[in-house]
Design a protein around this ligand. Structure first.
Ligand code: LLP
Length: 423
C-alpha cells in the first residue's frame, strides 16, 4: 500500500510563538482554555510509519499498548493505519472496538483479567490472550467451556531480566508480578496439552518501559529464543512471539534506541523460527505527538526560590512526581528576550508532590502566559485523575490548519455523575 505523504511540522516556533502544525496554539487555548492536551496527527502518523518501516518484510504485527493513550480519536487514527492493539482491561477492549479496531488484531495482557472481561474478549474473538499464570489459564478454560469456544493463548514468560529503568516500570525480573517463570513453561504446557478449550499459539514477554539500551532486550530475547528452540525440540510449535513494548524516548538527555537496530536484533534472534512477531509499543508511538498546555496563575517567591504556580497539576500529568520524570517545559511565547531563572513549576493541588518541574531554568513570565509541557502524549491524559475534585483537561487533535476537540473538558456535572447522597 502506498502511503500518502504528509507534511510534518510538529510543535515548532514561528516568530517566537509555539505553533502546532499550522495552528497558533493561542487560538486553541483562547477557545478551549487550559489545561489541555494538544496532539499533532501528522507527528503521530510519522511515528507509526517509522515503526512500520523498520519491520517491513517481516511477518510482524504492531499492537499499540492502549494504556499509553486510550483516547478514542488516537486509537481511531492508529486503527486506520492497520495497527493492532495490546489491551489490559475490558475498558480498553471497549475503547478499541468503539474506535474501529479489528478484534483479530487484539492481544489481551495483564495479570488480573476478571471473568467478565474474559467473557467479553472471548466472545469478540480476539487474536490472543497473553496468560500470566496457571490460575488464569484455568479461568480462561472455564469461560471458553461455558461459551463453547476455544481460546487462543500465549504464555507470558518472565525472563528474569533487569530492564535498567525506573523501578516502578521494570516488569521482567523474577520479583515482579508479571509473567510465568521461564523454567515452568514446559510443565505448564504439558498440563493443558489435552484441554480442548485452549489453543496454545505462542510466547510473550515484556521487560519494562522507557528502556534506552539494547542490552536488556538482548538478554530477554536470547532467553526467549532458547525457549522456542527447546519447545520445538519437544515437538511444540510456537506460532506467535510477542516481544512486548518498552522502547524509550528522549525526555531530557536519554538516547533512544535506533528502531532499525532494534528490528535487526529481533531478526537475528527470531527470523529462523517462521513465527509471527508481535510487538506492543506504547510510548515510542506517542513520543513527541502531544503536549500539555498550562497557564501561569501566580508567581511566588519564598526565600529566594521562585515558584510558577500553573493551572495543570499532578492530576493532569503525574509522571514527574510518580517516576521523577523530566519533561521539557517551554513558554508558548518567546518573542521577547527575557532573563532566565531557576524555577519550580508547581500545580494547584494540596500535595507537596504536585510539581511538574523542579529547579528548571525558565524565562521570566507574567501571570496569564502559557507554558507547553512536551512529550506528554504517552501516559499523560491516560494517567490523569480527578484528585482534589479537579475536572480532567480537554484534548485537541491538529491536522494541518484544522483542529478538533477530541475530548471536551470535564464539567462539574461529570464529576458528580456517579454519586448519590444518603437518604
Ligand atoms: N506491553 C505491556 C504488557 C506493558 O505492560 C506495557 C507498559 C507496554 C506493552 C507498553 O510499554 P511502552 O512501550 O509504552 O514502554 N506509566 C509509566 C509507564 C508504564 C508502562 C506499563 N506497561 C510511565 O509513564 O512511564
Amino acid at each position: 500500500m502506498k502511503r500518502k505523504e504528509i507534511k510534518v511540522k510538529g510543535f515548532a516556533r514561528r516568530d517566537g510563538l509555539l505553533w502546532g502544525e499550522d495552528v497558533d496554539l493561542r487560538t486553541i487555548t483562547g477557545k478551549i482554555g487550559t489545561p489541555c492536551f494538544i496532539y499533532s496527527r501528522p507527528v503521530l502518523l510519522a511515528n507509526v510509519h517509522r515503526f512500520q518501516e523498520a519491520f517491513t518484510g517481516m511477518n510482524a504485527l504492531i499492537c499499540f499498548a492502549v494504556k499509553a493513550n486510550r483516547s478514542l480519536a488516537i486509537l481511531q487514527t492508529l486503527a486506520q493505519q492497520g495497527l493492532g492493539f495490546d489491551l489490559v482491561s475490558g475498558g480498553e477492549l471497549e475503547a478499541v472496538l468503539r474506535a474501529g479496531g479489528c478484534p483479530q488484531r487484539l492481544i489481551y495482557s495483564g495479570v488480573g483479567k476478571t471473568r467478565d472481561e474474559l467473557y467479553r474478549a472471548l466472545s469478540r474473538g480476539i487474536f490472543q490472550f497473553n496468560v500470566e499464570s496457571k490460575e488464569e489459564l484455568e479461568g480462561i478454560r472455564q469461560c471458553a467451556k461455558e461459551l463453547g469456544c476455544c481460546a487462543p493463548v500465549a504464555l507470558r514468560v518472565n525472563p528474569d531480566v533487569e530492564a535498567a529503568t525506573h523501578p516502578y516500570i521494570g516488569t521482567g525480573s523474577a520479583q515482579h508480578k508479571f509473567g510465568i517463570d521461564l523454567a515452568e513453561i514446559p510443565s505448564l504446557l504439558e498440563t493443558f496439552r489435552g484441554w480442548k478449550e485452549i489453543r496454545f499459539q505462542g510466547l510473550a514477554c515484556h521487560i519494562g518501559s522507557q528502556i534506552c539500551s539494547l542490552r536488556p532486550f538482548h538478554r530477554a530475547f536470547s532467553r526467549m529464543a532458547q525457549l522456542v528452540r527447546d519447545l520445538r525440540t519437544a515437538g511444540v510449535r510456537v506460532k506467535t512471539i510477542d516481544l512486548g513494548g518498552g522502547l524509550g524516548v528522549r525526555y531530557h538527555r536519554e538516547k533512544p534506541l535506533c528502531l532499525k537496530k532494534y528490528a535487526e536484533l529481533i531478526r537475528k534472534y527470531f527470523a529462523p523460527f517462521d513465527a509471527m512477531i508481535l510487538m506492543e509499543p506504547g510510548r515510542r508511538l506517542m513520543e513527541d505527538a502531544g503536549i500539555l498546555v498550562t497557564r501561569l496563575l501566580y508567581r511566588k517567591e519564598t526565600r529566594g526560590k521562585q515558584f510558577y504556580i500553573v493551572d495543570a497539576g499532578m492530576n493532569d500529568l503525574i509522571r514527574p512526581t510518580l517516576y521523577q520524570a523530566w519533561h521539557p517545559i517551554l513558554p508558548i511565547n518567546l518573542s521577547a528576550k527575557r532573563k532566565v531563572r531557576k524555577t519550580d513549576v508547581v500545580g494547584p493541588l494540596c500535595e507537596t508532590g504536585d510539581f511538574l518541574a523542579k529547579n528548571r531554568l525558565l524565562p521570566e513570565m507574567e501571570p496569564g502566559e502559557e507554558l507547553a509541557i512536551l512529550q506528554a502524549a504517552a501516559y499523560g491524559y491516560a494517567q490523569s485523575s480527578n484528585y482534589n475534585a479537579r475536572c480532567r483537561a480537554a484534548e485537541i487533535m491538529i491536522t494541518g490548519k484544522t483542529w478538533v476537540e477530541i475530548r471536551r473538558r470535564e464539567t462539574l456535572d461529570d464529576l458528580f455523575r456517579t454519586e448519590v447522597l444518603l437518604p
